[in-house]
Design a protein around this ligand. Structure first.
Ligand SMILES: Nc1nc2c(ncn2[C@@H]2O[C@H](COP(=O)(O)OP(=O)(O)OP(=O)(O)O)[C@@H](O)[C@H]2O)c(=O)[nH]1
Ligand SMILES: [Mg+2]
Length: 223
């Protein structure tokens, strides 16, 4: 990257950060906790959101913003669970940016408790763009391999939570949960780690309790 390109990128990221801060402020005024989910394609972001939608229904209100390069498929999956969902199609871009969220936000019910944002499937670019989230959650699925934290560090160093997904497949895979946890924590000692399965439901209640506690904390700090 030459000097001019570096300056353009810095400007872009600076503008993005500013818009993200405005979004965060607006969500806090509304008492909404925002969670940005990022992972490689197919790690199970939408499957996790479907499970969250089914479990959260009785105790809270949520909405989802879906990011994909093409199609409305993920938003349709979420709507099928009775949860409002907005689809952003980037038409080629490998990540969501804060200005895309800002466009959708006026249409989102101001009385929800949680806004989940599913980023475009990519373990690299989404890590550089804040979207106004309070929690960034990186997913790593067991078929991807336990070496991914070391190979794609930024997604792990910038996240608050690591969700190891597809735990039901562990008996069939050489994925070492302790190794993945240890190496992720070496990169980011503050990571909260959950081991989950959208098939068996493993770890989902613990994850939801954590989201709920963070929502309560947000509400009490902005009361
Ligand atoms: N065995 C198993 N399969 C899962 C689990 N979670 C998701 N899957 C499967 O993994 C595939 C991808 O899941 P998605 O939820 O679409 O993944 P995604 O991260 O949203 O994918 P993109 O939006 O394309 O990036 C689907 O076939 C799911 O059924 C799980 O916990 N266990
Ligand atoms: Mg998806």
């Amino acid at each position: 990257m030459n000097k001019k390109e570096v300056i353009v990128l810095q400007d872009l990221l600076g503008t993005n950060k500013k818009i993200a801060a405005e979004i965060r402020g607006e969500l806090e005024r509304r008492g909404i906790l925002a969670v940005n989910l990022l992972s490689s394609p197919g790690a199970g972001k939408t499957a996790l959101l479907e499970q969250i939608a089914m479990r959260l229904k009785t105790r809270a209100k949520m909405a989802v913003i879906e990011g994909d390069i093409e199609t409305e498929l993920d938003a349709e999956r979420i709507r099928a669970k009775g949860v409002p969902a907005w689809q952003i199609t980037t038409g080629g871009a490998c990540h969501l940016e804060a200005k895309m969220i800002a466009k959708v936000l006026p249409g989102v019910d101001p009385d929800i408790d949680f806004l989940f944002i599913e980023n475009v499937g990519n373990l690299v670019c989404p890590a550089s763009y804040e979207l106004g989230e309070h929690l960034r959650c990186v997913l790593l699925s067991t078929p991807e391999g336990d070496d991914k934290p070391k190979k794609y560090p930024k997604a792990f160093t910038t996240s608050d939570l690591l969700v190891l997904t597809k735990a039901d497949l562990l008996p069939h895979l050489p994925f070492d949960v302790e190794k993945a946890k240890t190496e992720a924590l070496e990169l980011n000692p503050k990571l909260k780690i959950f081991v989950t399965s959208a098939v068996t439901g493993q770890g989902l209640d613990e994850l939801l309790d954590y989201f709920w506690a963070m929502h309560q904390e947000l509400q009490s700090s902005h009361a």
